[in-house]
Write a protein that binds this ligand. Sequence first.
Ligand SMILES: NC(=O)c1ccc[n+]([C@@H]2O[C@H](COP(=O)([O-])OP(=O)(O)OC[C@H]3O[C@@H](n4cnc5c(N)ncnc54)[C@H](O)[C@@H]3O)[C@@H](O)[C@H]2O)c1
Ligand SMILES: CC(C)[C@H](C(=O)O)[C@@H](O)C(=O)O
Ligand SMILES: [Mg+2]
Length: 352
Amino acid sequence: MHADIVVLPGDGIGPEIVAATLPVLEAVASRYGHAFSFAEHDIGGVAIDRHGEPLPAATLEAARRADAVLLGAVGGPKWSDPNAKVRPEQGLLAIRKALGLFANLRPVRPHAAALGASPIKSELLQGVDIMVVRELTGGIYFGDKTRSETEATDLCRYSVVEIERVVRSAAALARARRGHLTSVDKANVLETSRLWRDVTTRVMRDEFPDVTLEHQLVDSMAMHLLSKPRAYDVIVTENMFGDILTDEASMLAGSLGLLASASLGSGKVGIYEPIHGSAPDIAGKGIANPYATILSAAMLLRHSLGLEAEAAAVEAAVSSALDAKVFTADLAAAGQGVDTRTAAQAVVDRLA
Ligand SMILES: NC(=O)c1ccc[n+]([C@@H]2O[C@H](COP(=O)([O-])OP(=O)(O)OC[C@H]3O[C@@H](n4cnc5c(N)ncnc54)[C@H](O)[C@@H]3O)[C@@H](O)[C@H]2O)c1
Ligand SMILES: CC(C)[C@H](C(=O)O)[C@@H](O)C(=O)O
Ligand SMILES: [Mg+2]
């Protein structure tokens, strides 16, 4: 098949991990007889520097026309002045919203060879396989904001429709997996969470009676996630809770550099990006872990291009590289670790 992939490297380690991932997609294309074309565009801080805005119209237009979007990361100290008028992160939020990507799938599957990198006891991690579905275009991220000399506000708003559609996405995934959905909210305090709980209960009762539903408050969820991670199958939650819980969940896998994501809507185009950020502390050193981005490319093959065998081959190649202890510094023993390109090459070699 032929596919047009828009590539948005962004800032910090973004260009490094994206450059490491494109050869993996090229290797897939050559092994399976596909033709992928890559068109690079600016987003985030680099777009502010070059175009004065974090999401240039040309970037959004290209993304709309593409089959899929592969993104690195945005942001960094250069653009983090609290009084700055425009921020790199606005570009990311704007493209998610503009493309209607309301469901952000973040799989958490600790790999046996990397268990030693996790601060959690290995016996709690065996067999952990969680899919977090984070609502991505609503909630406090997108509500009205105000700021005066003496106070500031961020409005948290959810509509019934916004909750229904993401719960349906998560429940469909649960049905195809182990049949269990955990909905995370703060219904003991927040009105938006009480609506979330009511809508979720109704959708599950009426449309997914075969999927078991459990409600969990977000604070205790943060604890249970580390103390009994095997108890979870699919977790669905609102935007900010999902952001925070998935960075926490990365510690089950051993590194933020291992967690991939797919941002999906009702159309064909999705954005595929690691869950981590631009990692300013290691940017430019060539040592970032590329596996999260490579695994995001696997999700791109699966969800936007429908290439299941190819996606599975990329995942198997990453697993095999991990089995062979091809570890970047975040996974390796102190003072050790291969560079970004070496890790990515190990994946390419296994696909050849
Ligand atoms: N999707 C995105 O583009 C995205 C996501 C999160 C944060 N950010 C932005 O990134 C900037 C930095 O944020 P932060 O430092 O809080 O979070 P971060 O995720 O960039 O980094 C947190 C820690 O994890 C490490 N890390 C992250 N990715 C890694 C990788 N692939 N390999 C090895 N180590 C890795 C970093 O070195 C750092 O120590 C901020 O501007 C933030 O807004 C962007
Ligand atoms: C950079 C930021 C806007 C973003 C988010 O909060 O969605 C990031 O943390 C993520 O997880 O993708
Ligand atoms: Mg985040």
